[in-house]
Design a protein. Sequence first.
Length: 132
Amino acid sequence: MTVSRNDSISAQHKAIVVRLVQEVLNSGRLDVIDELYEAALAPRARQWIAPFRESFPDVHMDVVELIAEADTVAGRFRCSGTHLGTWLDHPPTGRRFQRIDEVYFFRFRDGRISSAWGLEDTHERLRQLGLR
């Protein structure tokens, strides 16, 4: 069986999403954002990732499933973390949320993330933290 060019590109795009999860979200290496995102999008990515990691410094995200087609990767993730910093104007509770479902769509251009859109179960996260 031969691997087509599209399969190879899809695998590369999935690998970038895995790096985003492992190196940036789980390990806090915000410097890697510049390698993974287009230059115009990197500052916006940092604007939402950095405060989230400050609020939940032990955040851990698991990749449940990645599906790639053409220039898009759809990902299903599960996220856990301990509320140790202000989040959504809520002071730290010290409580932990676990296995919060998230789904994101990443588009790529020239091997970098050019847009990202997602849904997170914020209601369940708030409930587990005792904030709802």
